[in-house]
Design a protein around this ligand. Structure first.
Ligand code: SAH
Length: 267
């Protein structure tokens, strides 16, 4: 059997000395061996890396030694750097002919403000690409040792943020968690009480299972399980965390994960 080339011809490595370009790179959920080979290649050839708060230092250590590392400090729902400033610096660096890596946790196109950065690059006529990564919800399912979808029980996954833009209307929680759904909530920890109340008000059963996975894939990983009605005391849940709520189809039963170390949460 012939081994597949790591860099297939339709994704060529940028030539040395070529004009600058921007790669929006997914760093994955934390564990460095969940990084893709393409992400690693971009880190190894980068001139400058602009990275977020949730990117594990172990992953930055894989970058080319001489690469400049710039922390742009995006935290949940807030940013040390305003988005426009990030857009401007990545474009400016690429204009100077540098190979820019914009390193984001998980997948760059899941709640990662990729659209603004893509638009800024395109407006400036700079070559830009997306290198996908393992998103936190996938790592959360893996941590629990179960699938996010189950044939006949949950045949859809909804990825949603618990923290919308200030002033945006409240999401339609009932529509998000129709029977047959796994809801994966990002940035939801601070809003847990509100989300719980909204889901109950939308008719989601009080017995619906809720699982919370903190620091999925890292040494600090922690898992909780409870019911929707019970997740009232979540003070011990720390960020970053994914909240999974399952609402199987009527009469269907979802399986429990393989992972034993799941603490109970709530009443
Ligand atoms: N682009 C990222 C999401 C960025 S939004 C991705 O695809 O995963 C930040 C949110 O992601 C956090 O508030 C948390 O909800 C989630 N998150 C990121 N890393 C996580 C991890 N290792 N474990 C659990 N949740 C994580």
């Amino acid at each position: 059997m012939t081994a597949l080339p790591i860099f297939p011809s339709h994704h060529p490595r940028p030539a040395a000395g070529a004009s600058g370009r921007i790669s929006l790179v997914g760093a994955g959920p934390g564990a460095r061996d969940l990084l893709t080979l393409r992400a690693l290649a971009r880190l190894e050839e980068a001139d400058v890396i602009f990275y977020d708060r949730l990117v594990d230092p172990e992953i930055l250590n894989l970058a080319r030694k001489g690469a400049e590392r710039v922390y742009v400090g995006k935290a949940v729902g807030a940013s040390a750097w305003p988005q426009e400033q990030i857009d401007a610096v990545i474009v400016a660096a690429a204009r100077r002919g540098r190979r820019v890596v914009r390193l984001k946790s998980g997948d760059p196109c899941m709640f990662g403000r990729a659209t603004e950065e893509l638009a800024a690059a395109r407006a400036a006529g700079i070559e830009v690409e997306i290198v996908p990564g393992v998103t936190a919800a996938s790592a959360a399912g893996a941590a629990l040792g179960r699938s996010l979808t189950e044939r006949g029980a949950t045949d859809r996954v909804v990825f949603a943020t618990g923290t919308c833009r200030a002033g945006d209307p409240s999401p339609d929680w009932g529509a998000m968690l129709m029977p047959g759904t796994t809801l994966a909530l990002y940035m939801g920890v601070a809003k847990l009480a509100e989300i719980r109340a909204n889901l109950l008000a939308a008719g989601v059963p009080a017995t619906a299972e809720v699982e919370i996975v903190c620091n999925a894939s890292s040494a600090q990983e922690h898992l909780w399980r409870g019911t929707l009605a019970g997740v009232t005391r979540a003070a011990q849940v720390v960020n970053p965390a994914i909240i999974l709520v399952r609402r199987p189809k009527p009469g269907a039963v979802v399986s429990q994960g393989l992972t034993a170390q799941v603490a109970s949460i709530g009443a």
